[in-house]
Structures are given as C-alpha cells and as structure tokens.
Design a protein around this ligand. Structure first.
Ligand code: AHR
Length: 524
C-alpha cells in the first residue's frame, strides 16, 4: 500500500499540554465527562513543489438510466406536477448549476451497451419503448434521449460525455451517433439533427467505446475487447470539430491482467483515454454503519490511490501509453442496499451520510495528490443512485435534498484549475488525516479530511514557498457518521465557517472527528 503520510503520529507541545490537563482532571471527574484533548498533527505544504493542474474534470459526474436517476430524478417531463424547466427537475438543475458540473457521462454504465441512440430522438410518439434489462426489467419510453441530455448539459454547464454501445451495438451505429452529434451540416444525419430542432452541432468531445467490456459490456476477454476497440476506432473520426476523444474500457479496480491484455492487443492503436472503475463496497446499510465497517470502507481509498499510481505506471510502460489519459470513470461508495427501499425510491437509491461525505473527501484529496496522473474522475452517480449529490423522495416525489456528498464536492471546488502542490503529514495511514493543497494566483487552498470516528485533531501547518496574509475555512462535520439530510430535516448537514489561525507560514485549525474542511489562504 502506498500512503503519502508516514505512519508515525507525533505529539506536539500543545497536544502534550492538553493531554496532561486531561490526565490530571480524571482524578476529579469521571472519564466520560472530560472531552479528550485533540491529537496534534503536523502538515508541511510544499507550495514550491508542483504536481500538476487540478483539472475540473476530476470532479466529474455520471448519470445512468438506472432507478430514478434520469426518469423522476433529473427528468420529470414537461407535464409533471413537479416544478420543471422544459421537463428537467428545476431544483436539481438549480443546485447542480450552482455547484458546477464539469463533465457528465451518460447513458451508462451497463445501460450504455444496450442503448440504441436512434430510439431516443425525434417526436415522442415515434420513440421506442424499451426494456431496461440491467436495472429491473421495466419499460422506458426513451423520452430522455440525446437532445434532452445535451439540453441538460447546457443548463448545468457540463461538458457532455457519451458512452457508446459496443456490447450489443455496431461500429456503424456508433459512427452514426458521432456524425449525428458533431457534423455541422449537409449530411443526412446532420440534417436530421437540424430537423429535430438542433441545427447547431452538439460538438461532443468525449466518447466511450464500451463500458465494463469485461462484464456487462459484453463479457469479453481483454484481447477480444482490444480487437473490438481497434475495429470501432477506425470509423470514429472525420466529423469535424472536436476530434472525438476515444475512451477505452479499462480495468475493474486495479486489475492489471485486463489492462495488460487490452493494451498489448491495441498495439499502435492506443485510445485517448483508458477508463478504470473502482467502487468502495460497504457491508452495512447506508444509515446503519458500524464503526468497523465504516473504517473498512474508508480504508479502501488508500487502495484506490495505489490503483491510480499503478495503472498509470502500467500505461506508461506501453509504446504510446504515456499519451493515454487515465480516467477513474466510476468511483464511490456502494453500500448494502435495502430491497424495499429500492422498490419505493428506485434501484440503487442510497442515502448520503457524513460517512459518505468523508469518503468523497478522501477521494477528492487523492485526486489532487495524483493530479498529474488523472484526467477525469466521475462519481457514481449524480442523482438518486449510489453516492449521489442529490436525492429525491422517489421518482414521483416533489422533494429534493442536497446530500452530504454535495457539500463535500462544494468544499473542493476552489481547487479546480489550480496547481496541486505536495503535502507531507505525519498522520497514520490509511485512516489518518488526509490532506491536499493547490495554488493559483494569490491563493493557496488546503483541504483536510479527518476520517477518524474517535479522535479530534489539532492540525498545525507549515507552509513552504507561500506566506499567508489572511485565511478563512469552511467545514462539514457531524460526529454521527450515520447522520444525513432527510426530507424532513434537509439541512442537518451543511457547510459552516470554521475558525482558523493564520500567521505567515503557520496555520492552525481544529478538525473534529469525521469532518471535511477547506482553508483558503490569501498571500501576504
Ligand atoms: O454505477 C452502477 C453500475 O456500476 C454501472 O452501470 C456499471 O458500469 C458499474 O458496474
């Protein structure tokens, strides 16, 4: 396991003094009455040691035709009783626009390899009704198709990313989708797009060539998929600007066998991007985690970081591999889900808790630390599925809440487009203090996550290469890791301002157990 932190926790003078005070008090008061002194933790920020740009795409999102993500979540239809903007759920659009969604991947997931784009264009009456075979066998009416997806991206300011069908599709079907979306005018497909009320090309840059081709995307062997990728790629160009950025199906987690098999089979026909998926499973239901299960799940983020480092190194070892972007195309926590709740709320509907916000913070911190190795990371998924940013009370529900995950993402927003810089801590690994930092203009942004359920931290920063004049901090915290924003109490978890002491190259902040925080420093 690679940890950026060394494993020796150190106790500073403050910690020792606080510890001594607590010790003497125990002789007078029962132990449970005495607040434990925070554990001291030191962090060195090397503003002079640049890692790379924090691409906004590291905060990407994923929307699949699954449960109530699209139908009932993002899309309620123009005639819905739920407040909508031309069919899009207005509350969801408003909050997503406010957060900023850099990139949105659609229509799957597993769904992508059984999706036929022509069935989702044109007048509603002509659209096919199709069985969603992967996610419950119910019938979808295709009322949300390519035009509706592009419309959503424009509303929330997201770059569209279309996942193409390799499993049950053909090179011709996918090349036609690229032409339909991107060719400016004159071809029959471009004219058809114009007749469907979009004369301007959609200019889609990101194209997935299959999803999880080792599993629901066709159960292929790596060499078989490599053959398919090469065959499809031949036909996916020549449609004007932008040139399609082709993303190949990468491994499940850190599966080196898949990665090697595909990359060797691709020979000189390397993709633009290689997409790995990494889920952090949980044995408990979202709002009933035990401390042990939570610790197991949160510890898995050290493995995610290892996987990113190792898959990047593996890619770099292939001829032309260095130029291939590494994507963490699907990531997040996947808890044990209750069958009854899924029937009511939609498949894979999962409550977002303080625990999952901590998990989001661990992920976003590691993306900053590995910013030179990653081109895009898409959390699964944006609304009503797995580690979502927003939840609605079922597909017909009017109510919509921002989950704890939403706030974790908003805490990391100041890093977007900045340069990530190196940090060093003496925190215990893999479940110790997690940190990252980035600089830009006259700002230094520091993010911290305390994943411990049993220790508050007092964090002392030393800044190298940056002199701070002032600073402010925001925090998301609840000592109850199962706490969440319910429809009755939608603001239980929200961002709060938090005290921070700034003195030139020294910064001090108290970080309670189970918290995610961001400090923004202005230079002196
Ligand atoms: O995000 C849910 C599913 O997880 C996706 O459809 C699939 O790609 C992955 O296995």
């Amino acid at each position: 396991m690679t940890c950026t932190n060394s494993s020796s926790a150190s106790i500073t003078r403050r910690g020792l003094l606080a510890g001594a005070a607590a010790l003497s008090a125990t002789s007078v008061f029962p132990r449970w009455l005495i607040a434990e002194a925070p554990t001291a933790q030191r962090v060195l920020v090397r503003a002079d040691a640049e890692i790379g740009v924090v691409r906004p795409e590291l905060h990407g999102q994923f929307a699949e035709h699954l449960g109530s993500c699209i139908y009932g979540g993002l899309w309620v239809g123009k005639n819905s009783h739920i407040e909508n903007l031309n069919g899009y759920r207005k509350q969801a659009v408003d909050w997503l626009r406010e957060l900023g969604v850099p990139v949105l991947r659609w229509p799957g997931g597993c769904f992508a390899d059984d999706y036929h784009w022509r069935e989702g264009i044109g007048p509603a009456a002509q659209r096919s009704k199709r069985v969603n075979i992967h996610w419950g066998g119910y019938v979808e009416d295709n009322s949300f198709g390519t035009h509706e997806f592009i419309g959503l991206c424009r509303l929330i300011g997201a770059e569209p990313y279309l996942a193409g069908n390799v499993g049950s599709g053909s090179p011709r079907e996918l090349r036609d989708w690229v032409e339909y979306c991107n060719y400016p005018d004159g071809s029959s497909l471009a004219e058809e797009r114009a007749a469907n009320a979009s004369p301007e090309p959609f200019r889609v840059r990101y194209w997935g060539v299959g999803n999880e081709s080792w599993g629901c995307g066709g159960e292929m062997r790596p060499e078989e998929y490599a053959d398919e990728f090469r065959r499809f790629a031949v036909y996916l160009h020549g449609f004007g600007e932008p040139r399609p950025f082709l993303i190949a199906s990468g491994p499940d987690g850190n599966n080196a066998e898949w990665a090697r098999g595909v990359l060797s089979g691709l020979r000189r026909n390397m993709p633009d991007g290689f997409a790995m998926h990494y889920y952090s499973g949980g044995a408990d239901s979202p709002t009933n985690f035990t401390a042990d299960e939570m610790n197991k799940q949160l510890s898995s983020f050290a493995k995610v970081e290892d996987a990113v480092i190792q898959q990047r190194a593996l890619l770099d070892g292939y001829d032309g591999g260095r130029k291939v972007a590494l994507l963490l195309d699907e990531w997040g926590v996947w808890d044990h889900l209750d069958q009854q709740e899924q029937v009511r709320m939609g498949r894979l509907w999962q409550q977002g808790t303080m625990r999952s916000a901590v998990a989001a913070g661990l992920g976003l911190n590691l993306f900053n630390r590995q910013a030179d190795k990653l081109a895009m990371c898409n959390i699964a998924q944006i609304v009503n599925v797995l580690q979502s940013l927003l939840l609605t009370d079922g597909p017909d529900g009017e109510r919509c809440v921002r989950t704890a995950n939403y706030y974790a993402f908003s805490l990391f927003k100041p890093h977007r487009t900045q340069i990530a810089v190196r940090t060093e801590t003496d925190g215990a690994c893999p479940l110790g203090l997690s940190v990252s930092a980035s600089k830009g203009g006259d700002k230094l942004v520091l993010s911290l996550v305390n994943p411990k359920s049993d220790a508050d931290l007092s964090v002392e920063y030393e800044l190298r290469g940056f002199t701070a004049g002032s600073g402010s901090a925001q925090i998301l915290h609840d000592a109850d890791w199962n706490a969440y924003n319910s429809f009755e109490n939608p603001a239980r978890l929200a961002l709060k301002t938090h005290p921070v002491t700034v003195e030139k190259s020294r910064v001090q902040i108290d970080l309670p157990r189970l918290s995610v925080a961001t400090i923004t420093l202005q230079s002196a």
